[in-house]
Design a protein around this ligand. Structure first.
Ligand SMILES: *[C@@H]1O[C@H](CO)[C@@H](O)[C@H](O)[C@H]1NC(C)=O
Ligand SMILES: [Zn+2]
Ligand SMILES: [Zn+2]
Length: 488
């Protein structure tokens, strides 16, 4: 009896670890930890999971966590290990999908799909109708056109299967409940539905259309979203007759493929109005002419600061910068070292310290100070130890002259820019401090007293309102900041 009991406990323990590992929360790249299943690592992974999924961050396996672990969800990971970035190459057994800001996408706008097998729960015709409807959702919101193939090689191959269904034991489905489906990212596109689910059409239950629309998001290159209302959030939220894409889903797909062709791009004038519904023309329009949108409109930012005259300076690529005026848009493209002498290439983070008229940059464990004219004043080591710098810096903001807020992958903490010392006990989760701001942002800047801009990936900009304490809009950064240059 005792033995049986402890076996059950052990199984629960390993099931939890496997879950956290499978969805990317537990990973051996965590700084300072060797043992994947150490108590510290488990706690961090649980906190990470709780933060990603917007439940109270307790670091223990509580009821809210247990509830989510048992919920129906997509089988793709939520967090991509960094190492997959480099290892990802075509036709090397696709290991896991990749987040949309890593930029795997179809290098074309006309994508084909094919139904290779069907479900015994829904008629073949209904599967076809609902599949088409799920693709329409994406083509209405991005420059994408889909065509069904009845034979030959399609980009997106759709199948129903149960348990081990041809893509390895690690990807086997798990019977009824839990994992409903999964999909592989471009250039693969294979999309699989768990035939053990009770698939239904247009009624409460495991709605094929909703799950298919989510999986096709992956097959087009989108990863999981931390925005709970987004279609691309990992958990299945049930059938909703009035289903619509969330603005986060739209920002994601447009970051990869651009706005629909038959719809004007949104102009960054205020107030913004809801765009009219799009009529999709059949057959799909001919291949669009190449646009002359400059490539720098869609490059991730390394760091961003507000210059003392109010211009926005962004660091991008290996060593160049853009100067952007709030009214006039793009003013200049410059080499980084002509602006900031002896500055680190590809800084991790940068911010202006207004009262001291200084610009501070971080790279690794070094902190640099620059004068207003771009002269390097000092370079010092950041102190405070690994525990106070739990994650590599990705962005920084300064709200006072005595501290700067440093953003890591999921946490934000404070550092004294004068001493370089991390303020212990100042660590918070980004999602709690800045509601709506996702993890792993690339850069951030205070635009004015009311607005902070957070940049993520090639095109996304989250506009955070300080008075409402939330993200109020997610937009295409090129269109918004450099309208006349990028919005072509
Ligand atoms: C489900 O409902 C949608 C929206 O009302 C409709 O367009 C679609 O044809 C329905 N699907 C089936 C298979 O009847
Ligand atoms: Zn998914
Ligand atoms: Zn599969």
């Amino acid at each position: 009896m005792r033995r049986l009991f402890s076996t059950v406990l052990l199984r629960i323990f390993f099931t939890k670890l496997l879950y956290l590992r499978r969805y990317g929360y537990l990973d051996d790249h965590m700084p300072g930890t060797r043992n994947l299943a150490s108590a510290e690592n488990r706690k961090y992974a649980l906190q990470f999971f709780q933060n990603f999924n917007k439940i109270p961050i307790t670091g223990v396996y509580d009821d809210a966590t247990a509830n989510l672990f048992g919920k129906e969800r997509c089988g793709c990971p939520d967090v991509m290990p960094q190492k997959n970035e480099a290892a990802f190459s075509k036709k090397k057994n696709p290991p896991t999908p990749v987040q949309f800001n890593l930029g795997t996408k179809w290098n074309k706008n006309q994508v084909t799909w094919r139904l290779n097998s069907f479900s015994r729960k829904i008629s073949n015709n209904n599967v076809r109708v609902e599949t088409r409807r799920a693709f329409d959702l994406w083509s209405k919101n991005a420059n994408l056109q889909f065509t069904e193939l009845q034979s030959g090689d399609a980009d997106i191959d759709i199948d129903f299967g149960r348990r081990e269904h041809g893509d390895g034991a690690g990807n086997a489905f798990d019977g009824p409940g839990r994992v409903l489906a999964h999909a592989f990212f471009p250039p693969f596109g294979d999309t699989h539905f768990d035939e053990d689910e009770g698939w239904v059409v247009n009624r409460t239950g495991v709605d094929y259309f909703t799950v298919a629309a989510h999986e096709f998001g992956h097959a087009l290159g989108l990863g999981h979203s931390e925005i709970r209302e987004a279609l691309m959030a990992p958990f299945y939220t049930g059938y909703n007759p009035n289903f619509e894409l969330n603005s986060d889903d739209i920002a994601g797909i447009q970051a990869l493929y651009g706005a629909p062709r038959n719809q004007p791009r949104p102009r960054p004038t205020t107030p913004r109005t809801t765009m009219p519904p799009v009529v999709v023309t059949e057959p799909p329009p001919p291949r669009p002419p190449p646009t002359n949108r400059p490539t720098f409109c869609d490059i991730p930012y390394n760091a961003a600061v507000r210059d003392f005259n109010g211009d926005l300076l962004v660091f991008m690529g290996r060593a160049y910068m853009l100067r952007i005026n709030p009214n006039r848009g793009l003013v200049a493209r410059m080499s980084q070292r002509t602006v900031f002498q002896r500055s680190p290439i590809r800084p991790d983070a940068a911010t202006e310290v207004m009262s001291g008229s200084r610009i501070v940059m971080m790279k690794g464990r070094l902190l640099y100070h620059f004068s207003r004219s771009g002269r390097r004043i000092s370079r010092k080591w950041i102190s405070g130890g690994g525990a106070t710098m739990p994650e590599q810096a990705r962005a920084a903001l300064s709200f006072s002259s005595n501290d700067i807020s440093v953003f890591g992958a999921s946490q934000v903490w404070k550092l004294n820019p004068n001493t370089g010392r991390v303020i212990s006990g100042s660590h918070r989760y980004i999602g709690n401090e800045f509601p709506g701001v996702p993890n792993r942002i690339d850069a951030a800047v205070i635009r004015d007293d009311t607005t902070i801009l957070f940049f993520k990936g090639r095109s996304r900009m989250h506009v955070f309102d300080r008075r409402q304490n939330r993200v109020v809009r997610t937009v295409d950064k090129g269109n918004e900041l450099m309208d006349s240059t990028c919005n072509v």
